[in-house]
Design a protein. Structure first.
Length: 397
């Protein structure tokens, strides 16, 4: 939709300027007249070519949400809040989004509908919670809950990333060290061994052959790695491929239990936030399933939603899914019976946040020695294999 730069007068003669997104100049004129502004100049804004837009971080959305809630609670009008927050926004991409939302609200859209036009910034969970807050007249309370939810969700994501970062770094270092040995160091030893004129020991010959393969077919190995990454990403976009990958991840001996705990924490935190904000449980389950991040868990949540629509309780289909621990099922059953489902889900989420913390610490402490042994074993084997001929020659002398 094109953007127009306008200038107009208020009834008291004050000159106002601004920008507006609309279908045509006529639409801009109509919208300005609704705001009791007499337009004197309207022209299309020249399109700017932006090669790389600045990414909008979760932290920026959280800060916006908290500031917006404070302003709404203080009694400021919606449009004025958006105007203030967009004007002081340092991120140009986010500023553009907030300006468009302000224009849509001025044009008569609800705040939730205006947010829904930017799904890459405000997901379905955010939009639906805002819609519930608008309908119930508790927008400020809902926004505070949203900010807390996003902060905890981001903290959970950071914990998982920290658990994955260490092994990836160690494996990359191991690959780099081996590559340097194979490409630069081993050929030097090979030239020296050829002067001996005798057959090389088995381990030494294996390392020399691997070095030759590295040097001769490095392009094929590099291409194979890229092909595997592309194939993995492609498979992840296919229904069957994603199902197989997600199912395998849940069954991994070390990472599987961690992934399940993260999924339980995310599911309970999301659903609890939505129910406490006034979103119907059926809508909450639908949105929660889309944000699960794992096909197996997504199908389990959809099965729960389908069972509830048929009159069953929530605990029964959760137990049948076989993914959620018995403690979670029992606590949700108690929450249903007492009518305090949102509070019970929040308690489960808090508990599993702590469980994820403990699992990440245990994973890091157990992986560290294993990776050190792995790295030391590879480098040690290469070093010993290279010195075997020298030891043999020294023994014969």
């Amino acid at each position: 939709m094109p953007v127009f730069v306008w200038e107009g007068k208020l009834a008291n003669g004050t000159i106002k300027k601004g920008e507006m997104e609309a279908d045509s100049k006529a639409s801009v004129q109509l919208l300005l007249k609704r705001q009791k502004i007499l337009p004197t100049k309207i022209k299309a804004k020249p399109k700017q070519i932006v090669l790389f837009e600045q990414k909008i971080k979760t932290k920026e959305i959280v800060i916006f949400t908290r500031q917006f809630a404070t302003m709404i609670n203080a009694g400021l009008p919606l449009v004025q809040c958006l105007d203030i927050l967009s004007s002081q926004q340092a991120n140009p991409t986010f500023k553009k989004v907030l300006t468009q939302i302000k224009t849509d609200v001025e044009s008569g859209s609800t705040f939730a509908d205006a947010l829904g036009k930017h799904p890459k910034v405000f997901d379905s969970l955010y939009v639906n919670l805002v819609a519930a807050g608008e309908i119930g007249g508790v927008l400020d309370t809902v926004l505070i809950r949203l900010a807390v939810y996003m902060e905890k969700a981001e903290a959970l994501k950071a914990k998982v990333k920290s658990a994955m970062t260490y092994p990836i770094i160690v494996l990359c270092v191991a690959f780099g060290v081996v590559a340097v040995l194979m490409i630069f160091v081993i050929p030097t030893f090979k030239d020296m061994f050829e002067q001996f004129g005798s057959a090389l020991p088995g381990p030494t010959q294996l390392v020399v052959d691997m070095s030759h393969f590295f040097r001769s077919y490095w392009w094929a190995m590099f291409g194979a790695i890229i092909a595997l990454i592309v194939a993995f990403k492609w498979a992840g976009k296919q229904e069957k491929g994603r199902y197989y990958i997600d199912n395998t991840l849940l069954k991994l001996p070390i990472f599987g239990p961690l992934i399940k705990k993260v999924a339980v924490a995310k599911f309970t935190r999301t659903l609890g936030t939505m129910i406490s904000s006034g979103v119907p449980i059926m809508d909450g389950l639908e949105i929660t399933s889309r944000t699960a991040g794992n096909v197996i868990i997504e199908k389990a949540i959809k099965a729960v939603r389908s069972a509830i629509s048929e009159g069953q309780s929530m605990a029964e289909p959760l137990a049948q899914a076989g993914i959620f621990p018995g403690m979670v099922v029992q606590m949700i059953s108690v929450g249903e019976a007492t009518g305090a489902m949102d509070q019970m889900l929040s308690k489960i989420a808090d508990f599993y946040d702590e469980e994820v913390d403990a699992a990440v610490d245990a994973l890091t402490s157990s992986l560290e020695p294993m990776l050190m042994v792995f790295l030391g074993g590879i480098i040690g084997f290469v070093v010993v294999a290279m010195y075997l001929p020298i030891f043999r020659m020294a023994g014969s002398v």
